[in-house]
Design a protein. Structure first.
Length: 348
């Protein structure tokens, strides 16, 4: 029986993972579940955001369903004890280097998009974000300069192997979609980006059937709003991918709609909504659970090969939205639980 680790985390994390779990249960797929604390919740229960017992379950499980981490009560803790370190630690420990973030406009959400309906309607892309390198994992610190000023620093670095393996994920994803790959960097000013561009071009020799283009990240941010329909598969670094995918989510209706998969090439993966713990709405039943429900669908598809069940979940979310089900972020008034109910009803 496949084992799913459920790590609800903080803020709206437990609220949205509960709805995804209800949807999985309704499908009766014969899965085993083990829940473990992570983030601020784990700091308060176990004294560490990623306790050994959670890491143990994470390593043993076939796939992980993750809510979100982040708790304002932890903002003044030493960095290694902050909730956010748990997700960075999991990505690193499980070598989850490839983050797939599909962004598309669901039918009926034209009115929720930040863009004009005819522009928003064309959004159907996958942003592939590198997840194990870049400025998030380089040396960082705070120092006092000779003149007595405080100075913070974070080293941005990538080696060629890290770039080559994420580039291959980009090309392979493009191959099963529309054979177009856009690599996003800042090669005009950053050495890491120059290496990124050089290596992506080298790897492109293995994929002569894919049309490769390059774009600077600032232009990509602009193009994403101006003409998002031009993008099919984007491959980019950790920092740029983080920012561009939040932006893409708003173009596609709401940050509460976008799922993600973090993969390591072994079939194992961590699945989570792209949003965070949303402390501003936590505990109020306002969170949109669709991103997490859709993440559960990605889990079934990418880690368990249960494509038919994944299709059913995605169809049920679409049907619920078409029937008018909306949480407040989409301009409606359903609670998190009621939105889950609407998806369950569509599933039945
Ligand atoms: P956020 O994504 O949590 O929230 C941004 C805005 O979007 C808020 O106004 C929030 O209410 C709204 N929002 C987010 N998810 C929503 C949903 N499902 N339904 C409706 N509205 C939703 O980002 P923010 O505020 O920058 O970060 C809050 C905490 O989350 C921080 O501690 C941050 O470090 C953490 N974080 C954790 C992530 C993770 O666990 N992978 C990812 C991003 C942030
Ligand atoms: Mg983010």
């Amino acid at each position: 029986m496949p084992l799913i680790a459920i790590l609800p985390g903080d803020g709206i994390g437990p609220e949205v993972t509960a709805e995804a779990r209800r949807v999985l249960d309704a499908l009766d797929l014969g899965l085993d579940y083990e829940e473990a604390p992570v983030g601020g919740a784990a700091y308060f229960s176990d004294g560490h955001p990623l306790p050994a017992r959670t890491l143990e379950v994470a390593k043993r499980a076939d796939a992980l369903l993750f809510g979100a981490v982040g708790d304002p009560r932890c903002d003044n803790l030493e960095r290694h004890l902050r909730p956010e370190q748990a997700i960075l630690g999991l990505r690193k420990e499980l070598e989850l280097f490839a983050n797939l973030r599909p962004a598309r406009l669901f039918p009926g959400l034209e009115d929720a998009s930040a863009l004009k309906p005819e522009v928003a309607g064309a959004i159907d892309m996958v942003i592939i974000r590198e997840l194990n390198g870049d400025v998030y994992f380089g040396e960082k610190g705070m120092r006092t300069t000779a003149s007595g000023r405080r100075e913070g620093y974070d080293i941005m670095s990538y080696n060629e192997d890290e770039v080559a393996r994420i580039a291959r994920v980009g090309f392979e994803t493009a191959r099963v979609r529309n054979k177009k790959l856009c690599s996003v960097d800042k090669a005009n000013v950053l050495e890491t980006s120059q290496l990124w561009r050089d290596v992506v071009i080298e790897v492109s020799a293995e994929f002569p059937d894919i049309e490769l283009t390059h774009m600077y990240v600032d232009n990509a941010a602009m193009q994403l709003v101006r003409n998002p329909g031009q993008f099919d598969v984007i491959v980019t670094g950790n920092l740029f991918g983080d920012i561009l995918s939040d932006q893409a989510s708003m173009c596609a209706g709401s940050i509460g709609m976008l799922p993600s998969a973090a993969l390591n090439g072994s079939g194992k993966g961590l699945y989570e909504p792209i949003h965070g713990s949303a402390p501003d709405i936590a505990g109020q039943g306002k969170a949109n659970p669709c991103a997490t429900i859709l993440s559960a669908a990605m889990l079934l598809r990418y880690s368990l090969g249960m494509d038919a069940a994944a299709d059913r979940i995605e169809a049920a979310v679409t049907a619920a939205l078409v029937s008018g089900a909306r949480t407040p972020d989409l301009g409606g008034s359903l609670t998190t639980r009621e939105m889950g109910d609407a998806v369950l009803k569509a599933l039945a």
